[in-house]
Design a protein around this ligand. Structure first.
Ligand SMILES: Nc1ncnc2c1ncn2[C@@H]1O[C@H](COP(=O)(O)OP(=O)(O)OP(=O)(O)O)[C@@H](O)[C@H]1O
Ligand SMILES: Nc1ncnc2c1ncn2[C@@H]1O[C@H](COP(=O)(O)OP(=O)(O)OP(=O)(O)O)[C@@H](O)[C@H]1O
Ligand SMILES: [Mg+2]
Ligand SMILES: [Mg+2]
Lengths: 257, 257
């Protein structure tokens, strides 16, 4: 049975989508069957994998959540073997309000993904930069949560709000929710700020921080404009190396669970 | 009478808060009377100006919006002469749901800030990374909107959704809402990506892009951990230079309006 991993942090621009796309692509290259669910109305994971929002776009996560469309009617194959996508679109922004009136509104995504568990080894949920009903749905559906963190001051600030939300999710809906790990992203080893924040985080999260650190690497920011993951775009880049290393560490850590 | 300027872009991590704090501080240094309203539950503008969320924190924007507390009871003086802050806190995250049931829910912030117009030259609204009811309230209350944009691919993607929202706000609530300008942030002139995206933006927004470009400069990321603006933290940095330049250009462009 597959595992569901939410990639969440309400702080904006910390590398959630970049991690969802590139960790998934690296795991697919290692022969895992992977599904990315784009839970963000910005639909960056969808466009990062080459899916542009067009009027003729048949189905997205919105129809799955709100209209009960089966997930595999909306899912798409990507250019990467073994990696599928459940795309998002702008109308998902309406879901935050439309979900409010449904009964068991926090459990909707969990129930919609039940059939996907048999078809995939890993299902990654790319969350929007907010602790809203979409992110809540993702945390309730997930077995674990991977937390990307930029090594900067504002990133530290938001951690306790996220951990409180995780505690609340455990208390009311998902008692077994674990922390998959904390991933340091856009790390620039030349700045004292980054080193300082990194050591604060390692102390605060003792043992839950991935050894793999993702460096700031412009190739990672270029790849999505070509609709490709970093593995396809520039395999020799430090960005590709770091996400392949993360995939190895991710599998290794799971092998011990 | 003062002007209200929303700083908005639903893409996360593009420099909204950094611009709100440092443009305000530069204008205050130029003898303008400025108020920052922190409309983000992450409360980064509040902590960036040295206000930590504590249990004993008397009042924030939440009480002003939801309980009708007068704005000047919640406002605080900062360490910067002529710059005040209406702080945020975590419980503002609840406002998105609580505002839904109020009549004229889009006009609440606008009505709460009416008294502030006589007391300030400029009121900056730091928005969260979402096109939610808080951002909608900010766009309805504002005379103009300043759009910070990182020169990266995903940042381009979200522009049309933001412009559509601005059009909707003009149609239903605020016909005179203008674009104050588009600000290129975290610009790294060494990368082709940044130069490419910058020229795309200049073509798309003809004439609305500020000449001042904010470079990537680690001092800007360090300043908030000391609770200071870049002007106080490191006046000689490229970060301080660029925000002082932006303040000059901002005033110059307004002098022509
Ligand atoms: N390690 C990296 N090096 C350089 N650029 C990066 C790196 N990781 C991400 N980026 C770029 O930084 C920007 C923010 O990253 P991304 O969009 O993945 O963050 P996010 O947390 O998903 O943002 P949001 O909060 O808006 O969903 C993007 O333009 C992305 O291409
Ligand atoms: N020009 C710059 N150079 C270097 N770092 C910067 C610059 N501008 C902002 N930063 C840093 O980048 C991060 C993102 O900036 P900031 O928090 O201001 O963006 P935001 O758009 O307000 O984010 P959010 O969407 O979460 O509200 C912060 O850690 C900030 O300190
Ligand atoms: Mg994202
Ligand atoms: Mg901000």
């Amino acid at each position: 049975m597959g595992s569901i991993i939410a990639i969440a942090n309400q702080k904006g621009g910390v590398g959630k989508t970049t991690t969802a796309v590139n960790l998934s692509a690296a795991l697919a290259a290692a022969d895992c069957r992977v599904l990315i669910v784009d839970c963000d109305p910005q639909a960056n994971a969808s466009s990062g994998l080459g899916f542009q929002q067009t009027e003729s776009e048949p189905f997205t996560l919105y129809e799955v959540l709100i209209e009960g469309l089966p997930y595999d009617t909306a899912k798409r194959e990507t250019q990467i073997e073994q990696l599928d996508l459940l795309p998002s679109s702008r109308n998902l922004a309406g879901a935050n309000l439309e979900l409010v009136d449904l009964s068991d509104r926090e459990l909707i995504l969990w129930s919609r993904l039940a059939d996907a568990l048999a078809a995939y080894d890993f299902i990654f949920l790319d969350c929007p930069p907010a602790l809203d009903l979409l992110t809540l749905n993702a945390l309730v559906a997930a077995d674990s949560v991977l937390i990307p963190i930029q090594c900067e001051y504002f990133a530290l600030e938001g951690i306790s709000a996220l951990l409180d939300t995780i505690d609340r999710v455990r208390e009311f809906w998902n008692p077994d929710l674990m922390i998959e790990g904390v991933l340091l992203t856009m790390f620039d080893e030349r700045t004292t700020l980054a080193r300082q924040v990194a050591s604060d985080l390692q102390e605060f999260f003792e043992g839950q921080v991935f050894d793999t650190v993702i460096p700031r690497n412009v190739r990672l920011a270029e790849a999505p404009s070509h609709g490709r993951s970093i593995i396809q775009y520039d395999l020799r880049s430090r960005g590709a190396e770091s996400y392949l290393g993360l995939a190895r560490e991710f599998l290794f850590r799971r092998g011990q669970h």
